[in-house]
Design a protein around this ligand. Structure first.
Ligand SMILES: Cc1cc2nc3c(=O)[nH]c(=O)nc-3n(C[C@H](O)[C@H](O)[C@H](O)COP(=O)(O)OP(=O)(O)OC[C@H]3O[C@@H](n4cnc5c(N)ncnc54)[C@H](O)[C@@H]3O)c2cc1C
Length: 420
């Protein structure tokens, strides 16, 4: 307890990790009025990032208003703003509320006794020349809307373009990065090409989708057989997969963009989307915490920062090590969720002066969608072990995983109010 006779718990980020943490935490502390919980995010919604590729192509509900989750949680205060500084020594975070009619760049300090850092990740352009300037990315709601509007616009322009070469440029989409995001987006967009072609009276054989990947295979987290089957399904959608190809840069020339690559000639296009890597915000490194690969913060087995007890990092921000394999826990929603729930339990335990629990990731499976009605992956079943799938069943499983996340958030909410 601090000199203010209260305990302030601050959670940075209302993504998968932050939301699972806050929903459980607010319920656990519902009878302790001296415990005040603060949630900070730059948006007023929880973004279902794992569905963002759908929104880049069609209408799809990918946000959940935070107000709906928080309305029955009087012990939670929401702070809308940009986290601009984390001071681990003096225990405060700085928030920027941005520009409004009356204030300009108003900043405020939020003090904490316990801190949970769950700010997710951003696109890594690896300083490839021209890439950040010219390529789209897919990390935020606005990114998905930009891609959708732009693609439709390109089809609309192509419809009346008489030069064959220019038509090809308008109708060629290049995606850099053959991981989960790149593959899911490529499949979803390629599937949409037919409808757009029909809408704008374009020969459906004209639009082109190229997926460029540096390594010699796409989808590194799936086994070889599944990768081969995914590649077949993608080729059936007309996607050209260029593995072993490095994006060297992008430049503008004669009103079009050139994607420079090795090996191969530059690719002229109007649409390049980069999904080739992520990194964590520099805020964490600047805070003085120990960071590792991708700028993630090194945490111990209870997910607390080394040297800063009471400060937790979860999800993409945390460089947690799986004690069973000695490998870093991957950046994925399933681990962010698990870590959020565990951190809520541990914060409660700390406040009750009990021992904290250690984190061991549970790998529940991997599912990659290949368009609206197809998905590939595997899941672990209690008696059957690892079950692989490719097909419509996969897409149902993918949808079920996403719905389960929402269900669990609502369940925590209902439990809180006692009506569940
Ligand atoms: C298109 C796409 C598809 C994906 N598909 C899958 C999938 O199928 N399965 C899977 O497991 N993973 C998938 N992922 C990865 C998964 O979404 C991330 O690993 C997961 O979102 C990480 O959760 P998190 O809580 O760490 O961060 P996030 O969910 O990213 O949440 C971070 C939150 O912090 C906020 N924030 C960030 N910086 C600031 C700041 N400075 N100030 C204020 N607020 C801030 C953001 O607004 C956001 O709400 C996908 C990712 C993408 C982009």
């Amino acid at each position: 307890m601090n000199s203010r006779n209260s305990i302030d718990i601050v959670i940075l980020g209302a993504g998968y990790g932050g939301m699972s943490c806050i929903t459980r935490l607010s319920r656990k502390f519902r009878r302790q009025s001296h415990v005040r919980i603060h949630l900070v995010d730059r948006h007023t919604y929880h973004l279902l990032e794992t569905r963002l590729h759908e929104r880049a192509v069609r209408e799809s509900e990918v946000t959940v208003p935070l107000a709906r989750f928080l309305e029955k949680r009087p012990n939670v205060t929401f702070h809308l703003g940009e986290v601009t500084r984390i001071d681990l020594e003096d225990k405060y975070v700085e928030l920027d509320f941005g520009r409004s009619d009356t204030t300009e760049g108003a900043a405020r300090r939020l003090r904490y006794d316990y801190l949970v850092i769950a700010l997710g990740s951003k696109t890594n352009f690896y300083q490839i020349p021209g890439l950040e300037e010219h390529a789209f990315q897919l990390k935020e709601l606005e990114d998905s809307e930009r891609i959708r509007t732009h693609t439709e616009r390109m089809f609309a322009i192509a419809a009346s373009e008489t030069s064959l070469n220019r038509r090809k440029e308008y109708l060629r989409v290049v995606i850099g990065g053959g991981g989960l995001t790149g593959v899911e987006l490529a499949a979803e967009m390629a599937e949409r090409f037919d409808a757009l072609s029909e809408q704008y009276h374009i020969d459906p054989a004209e639009p082109e989708m190229l997926l460029i990947e540096l390594s010699d295979r796409i989808l590194p987290s799936l086994d070889g057989r599944q990768v081969a089957r995914s590649a077949e399904a993608m080729q059936a959608l007309g996607i050209q997969i260029l593995t072993g190809t490095r994006v060297l840069g992008m430049r503008e020339e004669d009103e079009r963009l050139l994607v420079l690559r090795e090996p191969g000639d530059p690719i002229p296009t109007r649409t390049m989307i980069w999904t080739g890597g992520i990194r964590v915000t520099d805020l964490l490194r600047r805070s003085g915490a120990e960071t590792g690969a991708m700028g993630r913060v090194v945490v111990d087995q209870t997910l607390q920062l080394k040297g800063y007890p009471g400060v937790f990092a979860i999800g993409d921000n945390a460089l947690a090590v799986n004690p069973d394999t000695d490998e870093a826990v991957p950046t994925a929603a399933q681990f962010a969720l698990q870590q959020g729930y565990l951190t809520a339990d541990n914060l409660y335990r700390l406040a009750m002066e009990r021992n904290t629990k250690k984190y061991t990731p549970k790998v529940l499976g991997e599912v990659v969608s290949l368009g609206k009605h197809l998905a590939v992956g595997w899941t672990s079943l209690p008696l059957a072990g690892r079950v692989r799938f490719l097909g419509f069943l996969g897409s149902l499983i993918k949808r079920a995983i996403s719905e389960r996340h929402l269900f669990l958030l609502w369940k925590e909410r209902q439990n809180w109010t006692g009506h569940w």
